[in-house]
Write a protein that binds this ligand. Structure first.
Ligand SMILES: [Zn+2]
Ligand SMILES: [Zn+2]
Length: 81
């Protein structure tokens, strides 16, 4: 990803780095843990309450994804299969 303000085209300049930080921050703000009324499938395939669930992934309240979701785990530098 390159910044709209830059001309490096490789995503390596300071503008690009700042844009990336802003982008990561926005993604984190979207994917918040939710502690109430979230239902979905757990890691064993059972339909149950997910606490916390991700506010953004899946269909909230119906097919909630457990938080931290793969997106957040990726941002945290975890290997996501
Ligand atoms: Zn750049
Ligand atoms: Zn998520």
């Amino acid at each position: 990803m390159t910044s709209a303000n830059c001309s490096c085209e490789t995503g390596t300049c300071t503008d690009c780095a700042e844009d990336m930080q802003t982008f990561i921050q926005r993604v984190r703000e979207l994917h918040q843990p939710v502690h109430e009324n979230a239902q979905g499938y757990d890691e064993h395939g059972n339909y149950t309450y997910i606490n916390p669930g991700c506010s953004e992934c899946g269909t909230f309240g119906e097919f909630t994804v457990p938080w931290p979701c793969p997106t957040i785990r990726l941002l945290d530098g975890e290997e996501v299969s």
